[in-house]
Design a protein around this ligand. Structure first.
Ligand code: AMP
Length: 365
């Protein structure tokens, strides 16, 4: 049985790695021929909007899924008769930050205050009504902090506008958050839901650096799971869905959702009974979902820009290394590593040490 995946990055690669033991095969579609997933599985090369290639993918696959949320909804909609999961309605909502926030509001999920900024005048109005400081963001195609400008004073509004104008924009309040968390869960085509323990995430320059899980805050866990269930049920969702939140004064404020497996869930490969990747596959195929319980206390650190020395990393006892096979580039996610400990304290100490190893042992090219 073949799973067709639009996008062949590291998420697709890890989906394939999780799917092979279940007896699944994979076929990818990506703009580039040399991708992390194409190192493992056959891959069609062409635009995500290429109707002929998408039709080929559909013909050869039991179900089509995607590993990136900026694939073309319009092109996928044209695939008559193909099974696509997660649902395209969820994909379309996640592609537009404003739609996403309106959905959170509709479902009673607390989110950041924001407004569309279609002109410089709108932006001034939004900053007046929502207040400063704030963020100007592109509504679409934003990820890893791309397409965002922080604004502290009214005098900075015009420069921010000049920087991002041309694309639909939104202005939102800057949340002075205490920390950030995310929740990941799956809903199967049969309606079964399974939710992972909460992840605590640290970003640098908008890019995830460190995830620690489980983050044991029972009240937050319950609130995050409630929010996730609402979104899963709203879309009659199939697959894995992630919501990222700011935590401020013990309350969750939803930032964004991703209709896919997520970087903050990579620890589940070694640190949970069933990984997010395996559960995504089980969910889209209508198979029973796997146990989402944590096996210990995990820390996941991203390897960004340059790969650290492999000997230094593998010399750390109990470290799990994932190298995505990508060429180095500043800001690019090249791999990640995970450690699983028996206590949260031991995990936090390991994570701090590991961050130092990663920083000091980078190979400068
Ligand atoms: P995003 O692409 O929206 O997930 O933003 C990436 C990161 O930028 C977030 O994880 C936050 O660390 C930061 N960020 C984004 N929006 C806001 C906001 N409204 N207030 C404070 N920090 C933000």
């Amino acid at each position: 049985m073949t799973i067709g995946v639009v996008g062949a990055g590291q998420l697709g690669r890890m989906l394939a790695l999780a799917g092979y033991p279940l007896g699944l095969d994979f076929l990818f579609l990506d703009k580039e021929a040399r991708t992390p997933a194409a190192q493992l599985a056959p891959s069609l090369t062409g635009e995500f909007t290429d109707a002929r290639l998408l039709a080929q993918l559909a013909e050869r696959s039991e179900v089509i899924t995607f590993d990136w949320e900026n694939v073309s909804v319009a092109a996928l909609e044209k695939l008559r008769g193909a099974r696509i999961a997660p649902p395209l309605a969820a994909l379309a909502t996640a592609q537009d930050r404003l739609e996403e926030k309106r959905l959170f509001e509709k479902l009673g999920i607390a989110t950041t205050r924001c407004a569309a900024a279609d002109s410089l005048e709108d932006l001034h109005d939004a900053a007046r009504s929502i207040g400063l400081p704030g963020m100007l963001k592109t509504r679409r195609m934003g990820y890893d902090g791309k397409g965002q400008v922080a604004i502290r004073t009214a005098g900075q509004l015009e420069a921010a506008w000049q920087q991002l104008q041309g694309a639909p924009l939104l202005y939102e309040e800057l949340v002075p958050f205490d920390y950030e968390v995310s929740v990941i869960g799956a809903r199967s085509t049969r309606g079964q839901i399974a939710i992972y323990p909460l992840n605590r995430n640290q970003h640098v320059d908008g890019i995830l650096r460190l995830t620690r899980a489980p983050w044991r805050e029972p009240r937050l866990q319950a609130a995050a799971a409630r929010a996730l269930r609402k979104v899963l049920q709203h879309f009659e969702y199939a697959g894995v869905l992630t919501i990222e939140f700011f935590v401020r004064r013990g309350r969750l404020i939803a930032n964004e959702m991703a209709p896919r497996v997520h970087n903050s869930g990579h620890w589940t490969i070694e640190g949970a009974v069933t990984s997010q990747f395996e559960n995504h596959l089980r969910a889209i195929l209508g198979w029973p979902l796997g146990d989402t319980r944590a096996l210990g206390h995990s820390a996941m650190l991203n390897l960004i820009g340059v790969m650290p020395d492999r000997h230094a990393l593998l010399g750390v006892p109990g470290l799990f290394l994932h190298d995505y096979g990508k060429s180095p580039r500043p800001g690019r996610k090249l791999g990640h590593c995970t450690v699983v400990e028996t206590t949260a304290l031991a995990r936090d100490k390991r994570a701090a040490k590991l961050a130092k190893v990663i920083e000091s042992r980078k190979i400068r090219s």
